[in-house]
Design a protein around this ligand. Structure first.
Ligand code: URA
Length: 225
């Protein structure tokens, strides 16, 4: 994967474009993590309105609908997929196709749903044509939006769904197998990687390890209320 450009400065540039010069920094002296904690006078739906007409990359031209994300604005669990597919692009909501239905069942098994203590979104807010992997240049434009969503939601745990989401967020070229079973750090928030629900539709054998991951997710959230 080509080297990542400076996401923090890109984030600051984009937020300056969106919100102007006023920037509130919350200093957290006890935190040793390099988390970006920038406090804007905004909320999640206002943020969606700010960015939903984005034309920062060519996907702005080819998309049908901008897919911001859905769920509880104060969720402790943030699920992040790769990018909207065809159905999501049509409807404007993430994970609404077959894989999404399976994701809903997985969430029900840990006593949550897309309105209850969960927020679901993607790294990319617009669909790449023919479901190709997003380009690094596209990710570099879009990832600051995810960072700001995280800043507003303040989830206790982020779960990357699938290899591409995991590799993209962690900026590594490792296999999904090697990214699983570890709590990574994403700008100060713990991040786990598990299988994409679409992979479970193709391979039933992945259901068991995915269920193990979601049990770990449930335990983590119970211990970190
Ligand atoms: N796959 C994803 O990664 N995201 C969606 O929203 C739908 C399918």
């Amino acid at each position: 994967m080509p080297p990542r450009t400076d996401n923090v400065s890109r984030y600051l540039r984009q937020t300056k474009e969106l919100f102007g010069d006023e920037l509130y920094l919350t200093i957290q002296p006890q935190s040793s993590s390099p988390s970006l904690d920038v406090d804007f006078n905004s909320n999640l739906s206002a943020f969606e309105q700010e960015i939903c007409t984005c034309q920062k990359c060519p996907l702005g031209q080819s998309r049908n609908k901008f897919v911001f994300g859905v769920g509880d604005p104060k969720a402790s669990l943030l699920l992040v997929g790769e990018a909207p597919g065809a159905t999501e692009d049509e409807i404007g909501e993430p994970f609404v196709g077959r894989a999404g239905k399976l994701l809903d069942k997985i969430l029900a098994a840990i006593d949550r749903n897309r309105q209850k203590d969960v927020f679901i979104c993607n790294v990319m807010k617009c669909r790449p044509p023919n479901n190709r992997d997003p380009l690094r240049t596209e990710v570099d434009e879009c990832e600051p939006y995810l960072l700001h969503q995280i800043h507003l939601i303040k989830p206790k745990l982020i779960v990357a769904l699938g290899r591409v989401a995991g590799q993209t967020l962690l900026n590594v070229d490792k296999s999904l197998k090697s990214l699983r079973n570890t709590f990574h750090d994403y700008h100060g928030t713990p991040l786990m990687v598990t299988y994409h629900p679409a992979a479970l539709l193709r391979n039933q054998d992945l259901k068991r390890p995915t269920w193990e991951d979601f049990k770990t997710i449930k335990d983590f959230l119970e211990q970190n209320k």
